[in-house]
Design a protein around this ligand. Sequence first.
Ligand SMILES: Cc1cc2nc3c(=O)[nH]c(=O)nc-3n(C[C@H](O)[C@H](O)[C@H](O)COP(=O)(O)OP(=O)(O)OC[C@H]3O[C@@H](n4cnc5c(N)ncnc54)[C@H](O)[C@@H]3O)c2cc1C
Length: 271
Amino acid sequence: MCETVDILIVGAGFSGLCMAIQLRQAGMDSFLIIEKAEEIGGTWWYNRYPGCACDIPSHLYSFSFDRNPEWTRRYAEQPEILDYLRAAAQRHGVALRIRLKTPLREAAWDEQQGVWHAITGDGVRIAARVLVSGMGALHVPRYPELNGLERFRGPAFHSANWDSRVNLEGRNVAVIGTGASAVQFVPRIAPQAGRLYVFQRTPAWILPRPDGPIPERWRRVFRDVPGATSRSGGDAFSAMFPAQRGWSGRCFSGGSKRMSSGFWEIARCAG
Ligand SMILES: Cc1cc2nc3c(=O)[nH]c(=O)nc-3n(C[C@H](O)[C@H](O)[C@H](O)COP(=O)(O)OP(=O)(O)OC[C@H]3O[C@@H](n4cnc5c(N)ncnc54)[C@H](O)[C@@H]3O)c2cc1C
């Protein structure tokens, strides 16, 4: 069986969805998104650890053509970002063109016909004039190679595959790594864990994150003032949230800290 589309997009994260929406807006309808996961959202579907959120202000972490005045926090958390992506896919009419649980297995370019021959995981052949990769880089977890890990009897999982069935209350917890994910979930689990050990190889530089809820009165501004959420609206955003201005100010005046001290400061504040 062989299907034909003009454009085949691989991946239904921010990139694949953006591509599809832009195609529709340009009047091109012959496209299909194939997504190997059972849901759209890419990294925002895979990552569900406590405290999972964006690291740049939500108003800037949005499609430029689909600003969202309704963000409830300055740094939205994973469920809200995933909802935003789902709603955007519906709003722009691309949801029905996404085929879930459909991995791209191989693709070969046929020079003579000027066409890509793609084969999905279940053997379906798709011919496409253009193949667009929106496969992302961060959705495949990297597990550390630790001697004796196979003998460890307790639960062990990667933050990108968070096992929410495991109750950390009062338990000894070891976290390996101090990257962008650890900096988000360690402060969340610190109050629950009996003891928490964080193994750090290379201290990272971190900055304070002036997070907080966005009150309804500000959401009204983002809703009603044209351009308030647009890129130039980023300045308006900083003006509305002085702490945000302070953030970038300190960024250039040595306000960042090495993880070893700053990380624990954040963990303490959250705890
Ligand atoms: C916790 C976290 C916080 C982040 N915060 C920020 C931030 O604040 N600012 C920022 O700019 N970035 C941030 N990022 C980076 C984030 O990954 C990107 O911003 C963006 O979501 C990447 O989107 P993408 O569509 O390119 O890739 P992904 O979201 O990785 O999506 C790729 C999709 O392709 C699918 N796919 C892959 N291979 C195949 C295949 N062979 N067949 C079919 N489907 C396939 C995957 O299943 C996946 O759904 C963050 C990432 C994480 C994990």
